[in-house]
Design a binder for this molecule. Structure first.
Ligand SMILES: [Zn+2]
Length: 310
């Protein structure tokens, strides 16, 4: 199935797939129960460590890895941070792919039709895919946390610097190569924009399955206020873990229903041929040390209220 789509997929995306294609299953078991507090750093790995995290990983540099906990009071308000400008053309949406770790909604990135610029970015970045990370229940699942509070899931909208580079594979090796928008998902009311995607997910239940998916504008998954965000220099949170990412983490979360997340959890890490099927849950990386990095905010935490903690 991957071979079929690889024929039409742009080279950059083929490489991206190659980089993550060995991903299989993962079970992160919390060492103790945690409730609405960040616990990813306390997670211990019991059995069946995901092969992706078992192999020795070459981490270029290693001083700007992701994800991290964002400490609101230690973040630095930077009034120079401009508003983020996203412009997505839903016609560039192509397909959904279960890569064995998450599902990727992939976009045609051969032109600058769907881009993000502004904010902390000096260049224009082209949309290539978005995906999510989520937990086995609603208490954890996000990769980043805010003052050690985790969310049920986290959306990552991935873009590469098309002003400086000509392919994703080139950009992924460079410090200013990628820009990823992170959005937290909290369980609450049903998200109408997300539902079209949720409805398509049963078709990509197994690893390596791909289904055509069109006319989806990921800006419907952004919160109302995209002016307030944190930004810091980081990395991909899946191999090759390259330190190429300018992270833009939205302050405001979006709400999705428990039932919508349940459909995410009905996906499988495993292919149809495998004897033991494993649910696609807890597909997040453990948090990484800040290592002296500054997290900048586009808003002053002392002038506006911090995210609610109910
Ligand atoms: Zn991600």
């Amino acid at each position: 199935m991957v071979t079929l789509t690889a024929i039409v997929a742009p080279l950059g995306r083929q490489i991206h797939r190659h980089l993550v294609k060995h991903v299989r299953s993962q079970r992160w078991i919390p060492a103790r129960a945690c409730n609405l507090t960040a616990c990813s750093s306390k997670l211990s790995i019991l059995s069946q460590v995901h092969p992706m995290w078992q192999e020795p990983l070459a981490i270029p540099g290693g001083d700007r890895q992701s994800p991290i906990d964002i400490e609101v009071r230690k973040s630095i308000f930077n009034p120079q941070l401009r508003p983020l400008k996203v412009q997505y053309d839903p016609r560039t949406c192509q397909q959904i792919w279960n890569n064995g770790y998450s599902f990727l909604v992939e976009y045609d990135d051969t032109t600058d039709k769907s881009t993000v610029k502004g904010g902390p970015l000096e260049n224009q970045y082209r949309l290539c895919q978005f995906h999510f990370h989520w937990g086995e229940n609603n208490n954890w699942g996000s990769e980043h946390s805010i003052d050690r509070r985790l969310y049920a899931a986290e959306l990552h909208i991935v873009h590469w610097n098309s002003d400086k580079y000509s392919l994703f594979e080139e950009a992924v090796m460079e410090e200013n190569g990628l820009a990823v928008i992170g959005v937290f998902l909290k369980v609450g009311k049903r998200h109408e924009g997300l539902q079209k995607l949720v409805d398509a997910l049963p078709a990509v239940r197994h690893k390596d399955s791909v289904v055509e998916f069109n006319k989806f504008d990921p800006s419907c998954l952004l919160p109302e206020n995209i002016s307030d965000y944190w930004t810091y220099p980081g990395s991909l949170t899946t191999p090759p873990l390259t330190e190429a990412v300018t992270w833009i983490v939205m302050k405001q979360h979006i709400e999705v229903s428990h039932d919508q997340l349940a459909v995410f959890r009905s996906l499988l890490f495993t292919s149809a041929e495998e004897q033991v099927q494993r649910s696609m849950v807890n597909n997040f990386r453990v948090q990484q040390d800040l290592k002296g990095r500054a997290v900048h905010s586009s808003f002053s935490p002392f002038l506006k209220e911090t995210p609610s903690k109910e």
